[in-house]
Design a protein. Structure first.
Lengths: 546, 397
């Protein structure tokens, strides 16, 4: 036998069956790659927009033998890969019809499968009729023995290592200098770093991944990667709550406060423009407190504003749904990990259970909604100012996981941890004014060329601008203050007359800003008082939008 | 309502049982005519398709409360034939039998050529009368599918549900053509298997060989009652035809399969009512609630539904096909051991030819198989001559 694997327990059989069925929905062909350590089953849809890869570790099978040495027939599938440590590994890959497989592995009517045996016999002693065939032997409780032998085509495995790339990047950005951080990271997040690092270094296909190490510790925009980990129930509830069969796209927005998942349904109109189905949007919002972990790629500047930058990624619903539904084969809850970079870059999702690891890679929409504020600030190609802000980032991304890392747990266990937040709020206060300036500066200077606003984003420039801005602010204030006298048209500058609405708006915003900046201060003071009661202090329930 | 003057009249309350039985005819064409043969022992429903498959379903007269057939005087073997569409009878029965707590009594009557077949359904309140025009088609194609009982190839008795599961499986994997494979072995391991030829290539379903399931399997050489072992019998059928027996197998308790030398497979299906669930659970529970006479047990002396199906083989198999099937049916271990043992045959004779050993050497890339061979040889020659093994050993160190 060139390859033999036996699946015995009914749970594993269910996992296997559901996996094959899910992969068969993606594409006609399912691809298999046998390695000495695991069986990788994967499939990519015909438009190359989504890919699902499931790896079953050796332990998943009751028996697992792989003897690539004696493969004589179909040697096209044989392959040697060299990993980073220059060790070579033998693989055997082939593709076969997924629809057929899902029929063969379906649950028999009023019968139970005892075991599933997968065999490949491409040795020199194999009868011709069984060469290049995946032999499947199923023993059932009713003592039937079913043997199938669907044919396969040996192929070469061309690993798509987005998962490893993303994980490498993720470690580069967040996981590298966790030790010298003054604040303690959540040990569970550290565990994730550790296991991810282990996975990357152990993979057979990490040859050009590990070498991709960042030369210096400076982070640039290209390094952006965001990470999110939550329980599968959260996503499952979302899918159940929206009409998932009619939904085409999912938008996931996350900032340090909340995660918002939106389902979009396209409208359908008949010939006469009658509405058959309304276009619809349904969104679920949860506080980031309810996530397990998250790491967002933010700048120091973003963090201190009242409106933290929001990371957005939009992808298709169909495969996402089948991926999430696949998680229901395990009765227990499990965590789903998501990595995504810029809009337009693929999103990677992963769930892991004992011996099985399921990964889904989907393209995301490149279209940027106007929601993404930071893109405006960053501009397309910035010189040094951008670098500078980006370097500041190094602190921030670690800060955000810190602050939020398993917020529920940490707050329950040790209340003193949470004051981190109030301090953040105080900082915010100080910057809030500056923010106000920036904000109401925009309407006035909205028409100015981009270069100038870009300049302002750099730290020193914006500070120097502050005095100017303040002056402008005073002037508007006086304009408003003397509004009663405005009957005299001569004193009225024509340009401010034109902008009267803008000015009013500005004042309104300013007023609101002041209100809102006062409020958190009061709240935070209250908070810090309460928290001194001790670690057993129950948290005040938090609103979603706090 | 029974009228003694009529040619035939019978009444029954076991409508569900009759529905179950007549459902077996559905795969043979629901809108087609079925021939009802009435004689003194009961009713036979017969139907044939394309002269390659025929079915005959027998309902014994014990099923009826009253059964009256006044055949032509004096002739005990006399019978009357009448032709109706099967869906007419099924529809009438299912309409009359729907969700009523009352007992429905059904009376069938027929008064010879030219008169209609009359069904009368009566419950405590309502009486319904249905008449179907009948005409006997001159050549209602009844193929002459009679097995040659003296020249059988194999005979097999198997439990119905097991065969049903196997047929169901073949259907689900999209079987196009199917083979029946039967072999008895001297060591007592009998194999009876269905082999499917479909898009997936050849697949096989081996039916369990346990005595309680495969009650009897005998393979004969062409002349009757001479049993032969180690000689496989293969039958080759079109699956869409073969599958018509699935409905019947579903209600069967025991199935007797016999194939004669002319390629005719005769399937006898006996449905013993006590170990077959004839109604679905919904109705059963309702019956328990109402618990009345409706729940009437089938008569004690009622033999059950008897179905007889004959299927003609497709074509005679080519030698190549036979080889392919035989190869497929060799269990994987056997196939392997065969291939491996052959080169080491000389060991058994005690002559260890260097040529053979060289041969082993050439197969160096075999890897693990090589080791296995040593083990195999060890086992084999344990009791005979241990010598060659020891001679073999150094080669591999």
């Amino acid at each position: 036998m060139s390859f033999k694997a036996i699946i015995t327990t009914s749970e594993n059989q269910l996992v296997w069956r559901r996996t094959i069925q899910m992969l068969a929905t993606l594409h006609d062909d399912i691809r298999f790659t046998i390695t000495p350590r695991e069986l990788i089953v994967w499939s990519m849809n015909s438009t190359d927009t989504s890919m699902c890869q499931v790896s079953f570790a050796k332990g998943f099978f009751e028996e697992y033998t792989f003897e690539p040495e004696n493969i004589v027939f179909g040697e096209d599938g044989l392959q040697l890969v060299q990993d980073f440590n220059q060790d070579t590994h033998k693989l055997y890959s082939f593709k076969t019809n997924g629809r057929h497989l899902s029929i063969l592995f379906r649950k028999p009517e009023n019968d139970v499968m005892k075991d599933i045996v997968l065999l490949i016999n491409n040795t020199e002693v194999c009868p011709e009729t069984l060469a290049n065939r995946l032999q499947i032997v199923i023993h059932t409780e009713s003592m039937l023995i079913k043997e199938y032998a669907p044919s396969f085509i040996p192929i070469k495995f061309d690993p798509i290592v987005i998962n490893l790339r993303y994980k490498r990047k993720f470690l580069n950005v967040y996981g590298t200098s966790s030790e010298n951080q003054e604040e303690q990271l959540d040990p569970r997040l550290l565990d994730i770093f550790e296991s991810t690092a282990k996975e990357v270094s152990n993979s057979y296909f990490n040859n050009d991944i590990v070498t991709n190490l960042r030369p210096n510790s400076e982070l640039t925009l290209e390094d952006e990667i965001n990470y999110l980990c939550c329980t599968n129930m959260l996503l499952k509830n979302f899918i159940d709550s929206c009409n998932s069969s009619a939904t085409e796209e999912v938008k996931l927005e996350i900032n340090v406060n909340r995660l918002c998942i939106t389902a979009f349904t396209r409208g359908i109109y008949s010939k006469n423009n009658d509405v058959l189905r309304n276009a619809m949007r349904a969104s679920n919002t949860v506080s980031t407190m309810d996530l397990e972990h998250y790491c967002l790629f933010t700048t120091a500047e973003d963090e201190n504003t009242n409106h933290p930058s929001t990371k957005v990624v939009t992808f298709k619903m169909k495969d996402f749904r089948s991926f999430i539904n696949l998680s229901s084969v395990w009765k227990t809850d499990m965590n789903i990990h998501l990595w995504f970079c810029h809009p337009g870059d693929p999103i990677l999702m992963e769930m892991r259970k004992s011996n099985v690891c399921i990964e889904l890679v989907q393209v995301s929409d490149a279209e940027q909604g106007n929601v993404i504020a930071p893109s405006k600030t960053f501009g397309p190609s910035k010189g040094s100012p951008l670098r500078e802000t980006a370097t500041k980032k190094l602190l921030s991304p670690r800060k955000s996981p810190l602050k939020k890392r398993s917020p529920l747990k940490s707050q329950l266990r040790d209340a003193p941890m949470s004051p981190l937040k109030p301090t953040a709020l105080f900082v915010k206060d100080a910057d809030a004014d500056a923010d106000v300036n920036v904000r109401w500066k925009n309407p006035i200077r909205g028409k100015k060329p981009v270069e100038e606003s870009a300049e302002e984003t750099s730290r020193p420039a914006s500070q120097s601008n502050d005095s100017q801005l303040l002056a402008t602010a005073e002037r508007t204030r006086t304009t408003i203050g003397w509004g009663s006298k405005s009957a005299d048209p001569a004193h009225m500058p024509s340009d401010s007359h034109l902008n009267r609405r803008d000015v009013l708006k500005r004042e309104k915003i300013r007023y609101l800003q002041e209100l809102s900046s006062k409020k958190p201060r009061v709240e935070s003071q209250g908070n810090s008082d309460e928290e001194q009661f001790g670690p057993t202090q129950v948290d005040k329930p938090k609103g979603i939008f706090d | 309502m029974l009228n003694q003057d009529l040619l035939f009249s019978a009444s029954t309350v076991h409508l569900e049982h009759i529905t179950t039985a007549l459902n077996c005819l559905i795969p043979f064409g629901i809108k087609e005519d079925v021939l009802i043969i009435i004689d003194k022992d009961g009713l036979s429903f017969a139907r044939a398709n394309n002269r390659v498959i025929s079915i005959q379903l027998f309902l014994s007269k014990e099923l009826f409360i009253a059964y009256n057939y006044n055949g032509p005087s004096g002739d005990p073997d006399s019978h009357t034939k009448v032709c109706v569409k099967i869906n007419h009878i099924l529809d009438s029965i299912s309409v009359a039998n729907r969700d009523k707590d009352d007992v429905v009594e059904c009376t069938l009557s027929y008064n010879g050529e030219g008169s209609p077949l009359i069904l009368i359904f009566e419950d405590s309140m309502i009486s319904e009368r249905v008449e179907y025009s009948t005409y006997l088609l001159k050549d209602l194609e009844m193929a002459d599918l009679e097995p040659d009982r003296d020249r059988l190839m194999f005979e097999c008795i198997i439990r119905g549900d097991v065969l049903y599961n196997a047929l169901q499986d073949l259907k689900e994997i999209g079987c196009k053509e199917c083979y029946i494979y039967a072999i008895t072995k001297t060591d007592g391991r009998n194999i009876f298997a269905l082999i499917s030829k479909s898009q997936l290539g050849l697949s096989k379903v081996v039916l369990p060989g346990e005595r309680t399931i495969l009650e009897k399997l005998e393979v004969y050489s062409g002349e009757a009652s001479i049993k032969v072992d180690n000689c496989p019998v293969i039958g080759y059928f079109d699956f869409s035809t073969f599958d018509k027996m699935r409905m019947s197998a579903k209600i069967a308790s025991k199935i007797l399969l016999r194939k004669d030398i002319h390629g005719l497979l005769n399937v006898n299906i006996l449905s013993q009512t006590d170990n077959v669930i004839l109604v679905d659970s919904k109705i059963t529970s309702k019956m328990q609630n109402t618990s009345d006479i409706r729940n009437a047990q089938l008569p004690k002396d009622y033999p059950g539904i008897v179905i007889d199906i004959s299927i003609l083989e497709k074509v005679h198999l080519e030698e190549f096909d036979v080889q392919e099937i035989n190869l497929l049916m060799e269990s994987p271990e056997e196939a392997q051991t065969k291939a491996i043992y052959q080169p080491s045959r000389p060991n058994d004779d005690g002559k260890v030819s260097t040529k053979d050993l060289d041969g082993n050497y050439d197969n160096n890339f075999l890897g693990l198989t090589k080791k296995r061979r040593i083990e195999d040889v060890e086992h084999e020659s344990d009791d005979e001559n241990y010598q060659p093994v020891t001679k073999d050993m150094p080669l591999f160190f």
